[in-house]
Write a protein that binds this ligand. Structure first.
Ligand code: FBP
Length: 265
């Protein structure tokens, strides 16, 4: 487990990762309502907001856009990812090596594991290689720990999400990025499963766009449950004004503000 004190991935133990790998994972349909967000530059610009501790992108986007932002944005390179065109059992191609991610300036790394997929064994073995190489470079590893596959009917039940967080701890991730399990209590269980106070960090995965209030309520519940923050994409850059929601997220995550206070800022 890598201490995150000296990593830009966290600030005072709190994390706000802006995720922008959707062009690969979901395809251009995520940009339909705001076509300007097809341009990665617009999201790099959003990631310069003070509340954001890291921007998660795939290798190609990092190569093309990070050089102009290296003084203002902390870079998380996602090592694997698959398009939505793939129709097989959940799987994710390793698109970037740890060595290359470090070479292009990564401050942190990301890796998806689909626990429960028929491809889990191969994915866990790929994760082993990446995690051990990450240690050589002192780079923290965030696991997108997403149970899914033939045998899993409800991939957001409390027990399944707690298992996802535990799997991240057991396999050597520094941060578990998990779907919101539906309540503060279930999130507490998840944080405990990840080792509790002395364990790894747990962050909530944003999900599809909802109202400001509904989204902030979930984020607040995560913080109250002992979580470390958020890794969010659509709930930020699918909004006309990402700055406004980032101001509110900064208040809740970094300053411990209530949802009402964050909304009235
Ligand atoms: P969102 O906040 O938009 O849900 O983004 C988080 C994320 O993990 C992205 O990094 C990724 O592209 C997407 O969700 C994958 O979502 P899913 O696999 O559930 O379709």
């Amino acid at each position: 487990m890598l201490p995150l004190e000296n990593s830009p991935l966290a600030r005072d133990g709190n994390i706000l990762i802006l995720a922008y790998d959707h062009g690969l994972e979901h395809g251009p349909s995520d940009f339909t309502d705001l076509p300007e967000r097809m341009d990665p530059e617009t999201v790099f610009e959003a990631a310069t907001h003070d509340a954001v501790t890291s921007l998660a992108v795939q290798k190609g986007v990092a190569e093309g856009y990070y050089p102009s932002y290296e003084d203002d944005v902390s870079l998380l390179v996602k090592l694997n990812g698959t398009s939505n065109l793939w129709m097989g059992e959940p799987d994710s191609a390793v698109n970037c090596s740890v060595e290359y991610a470090a070479e292009i300036g990564a401050d942190a790394l990301g890796f998806t594991l689909y626990g429960g997929s028929n491809n889990e064994i191969a994915m866990a073995e790929e994760f082993r290689d990446a995690q051990e190489a990450a240690r050589d470079h002192d780079l923290p590893m965030v696991m997108w720990s997403y149970p899914r596959g033939q045998g899993l009917k409800n991939d957001t039940s409390g027990d399944t999400i707690a298992y996802a967080a535990r799997e991240a701890l057991e396999l050597g991730a520094d941060v578990a990025k998990v779907k919101y399990p539906g309540s503060r209590e279930a999130m507490e269980h998840t944080v405990q499963a990840a080792g509790g106070e002395n364990g790894i960090e747990v962050v909530m995965s944003g999900g599809s766009k909802v109202s400001d209030e509904a989204f902030l309520n979930d984020v607040k519940a995560v913080m109250d449950a002992g979580g470390s923050g958020l890794a969010v994409g659509r709930n930020v850059w699918q909004r006309e004004n990402p700055t406004q929601i980032l101001d509110a997220l900064g208040a809740v995550i970094h300053e411990g503000a209530s949802v009402d206070a964050a909304l009235s800022e």
